[in-house]
Structure formats: C-alpha cells, structure tokens
Design a protein around this ligand. Structure first.
Ligand code: SF4
Length: 392
C-alpha cells in the first residue's frame, strides 16, 4: 500500500536542494522507563518489536530508490533491545534503502546489558562500526537514583567488550543527579579517563514535563542540585577530560582527536538528513519534518498507508541562515564568520551580527581568528542565548 507518503515528497524536495547525507532511525522501545526520561518510547513491549520493524521497513521502502548516506544513527529508546531476527531484518532493510558511502559511520545506541560478544559480532557483521553506551555513571547509588537497570560492574564489562569488537565506542554520562557531590562526579570522570574511552556525551540532569521526576520535583519528593554546583560539575568535565586529551568539541560532547561523532557533526553543520520511526525528525531540502511521536499512532498510520509525518515546516532563507548559525555555534570551534555571512541573505547576516556584537560585549562570545565562538561563560548560558538569534 502506498499513499502520499512523506518520503516521496521529501525526495522531491531533496532533488531541489542539498541532498541528505545522514539518516536517523528511532527504535522506540526500552526495558523500562527511567524516571528522568520523557522520550518517545514504550517500555516492556516486546510484543510490538516485529510489528515496528515491519512498519519502519515500509517507511523506508517509500523512498522508492535507495538514498546513499554517509552516516546512520540507530537511536532510541534502546535499539539494542531487538533480538537477532528483528535486528537482521531492520539492518538489512537499512542497508538496502540507505547504503552508506565515503567517510562512513554507523552508530547503535546500546544498553550495557545488551553488550554481549554475540550481539557485538552480529551488529559489526551487519555494518555497525560505533556503539554509544547509555552508561550514565560508574556508581551504583547514582545509577539507582537515576533508575537505571544496570550496575557499574556491568557497565565496565560492557565498555571493555565493546572496545574489543568496535572501532569506536562512546559513553553517555549524566551529572547533577539528586544528591550528587562534586567529588562523586569527579570519580565518574576519572573512571572515564581510566577506561580509555574515546568519546563522551555528558548532560546535566533535566526535569522535563512528561518524565516522572518532573512530578516528583513539583511534589518536593526529589531535589535538584544547586545551580552553582551543576556549573562547577560542567566546568570540571571540560577541564578534566580536556587535560586527558578528550577535548570538548561541542557543548555536551568530548572526544579524542578523530573520534568525534560524524553523524552529529552533520546536524551542527546544517547538512540535510532523513528521519525514520516514531518522533524522528528530518531536514530535507528546505523542509523540516517530525514523525508522529506516539508509537502506536505511528504504526497505525504506516499500516494504513498514511504518512507518519505530524509536523512539517518550510524554512525561509532567513530561517535557514539563523538556524545554521545557531547549530554551528554549538561547536567549540564556532563559525567562520565572514564566510558564513557571505553565504546568507544580507539582512539576516546584519541581524545576527547585531546580536553577536552584543554577546561579545557581554563576554559570552568571542572572535578567534576568522571564527566566532562561545566563551567559557557563554557555554553555560548557551541554551538561553539561541532564542535571540532565531527570532526574526
Ligand atoms: S533514558 Fe534511555 S534507557 Fe532510560 S527510558 Fe529513556 S531512552 Fe530508555
């Protein structure tokens, strides 16, 4: 069954504008939902795995012609939850419709408990060359407070095993967990360095609407760490990891040289990408789109031949320029200013420059050679700065 599906439409747009070089595929399943998580996912629904694979393969088939990409990212949720049969079918379909070429990279996000020799061999054999481990901490008490379903020992074993099978391994870490101290956070950072891991993504714990911790915070059953302490934790990560050669290259990402995540770099460079699966976002031609967030809705739409897209925005040249600046500035190297300004409409460039000069005067941004970039104090504020660039 084939209807006015989004991918055919996106393909027409892609032919008119820059071609997508990356693809993100969302696997919306987890063993259970962590208290801080409000992502689009279903916990403990193994009964839906095969049905989901059928649906996303249908969505991919709506491309009608294979679309080569440089990077693939299988995120979630917990993609590693899929069993061998489902994984083989899914990855087989991805290889057919989204063949990877060039300076390739194919990442899977994995729960430490799924990192076994058998799974790693399976994923590697099917083309995956990077594993991103949802570890969050090496301390059991912190893992419990975050409601993670693995222990520190399991995480250490998973990192070692992953590194023995995969060319590249990344670890997610959370800081500012309830009750966490600076000394405890330092232990996590030192453990990362001792593990020899080449890439780290680290985020301060947030309390998002829709996550159970949000309600607990409102009812004062849980307390946030002090704002200054959270800042100190972030700064400590920059200093300690940097001293070990794991340099910050984006607001939340750190890597040994050459280990940077190419897929995320495509986002920050405002390249185009496809998105597949529930809640996945794409940017094709001049269109940004987001698939339906609810997995069951997503399944029903695809099964009845309807597009899973829930939102679609056409970006004007002005909006494209503003977004490109904001995404580029997330990177530590910043944006090559004159080159960037020459590539966007003059009124957009002038408007961005007025805000930029103000932020430079405030000490939040700086010029470094031909680049403009965030300063250390700008880094911690950055989420609060972007709105000023995006507003027309
Ligand atoms: S934080 Fe990760 S593992 Fe936990 S529920 Fe969310 S997606 Fe799943």
């Amino acid at each position: 069954m084939l209807s006015t599906d989004h991918t055919t439409l996106a393909l027409e747009l892609a032919q008119a504008g820059p071609r997508p070089i990356a693809a993100y595929l969302h696997v919306p399943f987890c063993y259970r939902r962590c208290g801080y998580c409000n992502f689009s996912l279903l916990a403990n629904r193994e009964d839906l795995h095969e049905r989901f694979v059928d649906a996303i393969l249908t969505e991919l088939s709506w491309l009608q012609t294979p679309q080569p990409v440089e990077t693939l990212f299988l995120g979630g949720g917990t993609p590693s939850i899929l069993d061998q049969g489902a994984m083989e079918r899914l990855l087989g379909g991805i290889r057919t419709w989204l063949p990877v070429y060039g300076n390739r990279e194919w990442t899977i996000e994995a729960n430490p408990r799924d990192i076994t020799s058998a799974n790693l061999a399976l994923w590697r054999g099917l083309g995956i060359d990077r594993v991103s481990i949802g570890g969050q901490s090496f301390q059991d008490r912190k893992l419990e407070s975050l409601e993670r379903d693995h222990t520190s020992k399991e995480l250490l074993r998973a990192i070692e095993l992953a590194a023995s099978h995969m060319p590249r391994v990344s670890l997610d870490l959370i800081f500012a967990a309830p009750g966490e101290t600076l000394v405890q956070w330092e232990k996590d950072l030192r453990q990362v360095i001792d593990c020899g891991i080449g890439h780290v993504s680290t985020y301060g714990l947030t309390f998002e609407k829709g996550a159970r911790f949000y309600g607990e915070l409102q009812r004062q059953k849980i307390t946030k760490v002090d704002e200054q302490l959270e800042l100190d934790m972030y700064n400590l990560a920059i200093d300690l990891l940097g001293a070990a050669g794991i340099e910050q290259y984006e607001i939340s990402n750190f890597a040994l040289q050459g280990q940077e995540c190419r897929h995320n770099q495509a986002y920050w460079s405002s390249e185009r990408w496809w998105g597949f699966g529930p809640s996945a976002a794409g940017y094709v031609g001049t269109t940004r789109y987001v698939n339906h967030r609810a997995t069951l809705q997503y399944l029903r739409r695809i099964e009845s031949g309807r597009s899973p897209i829930q939102e679609r925005d056409e970006l004007s040249e002005d909006q494209q320029g503003r977004e490109r600046f904001v995404f580029g500035m997330r990177q530590r190297r910043g944006v090559a200013w004159e080159e960037f300004k020459a590539s966007i409409p003059k009124p957009t460039g002038d408007a961005i420059e007025t805000t930029l000069d103000n932020h430079i005067a405030q000490g939040w941004m700086e010029r470094a050679g031909s680049y403009v970039r965030l300063t250390r104090s700008g880094l911690v504020l950055s989420d609060g700065l972007w709105g000023e660039y995006l507003a027309e």
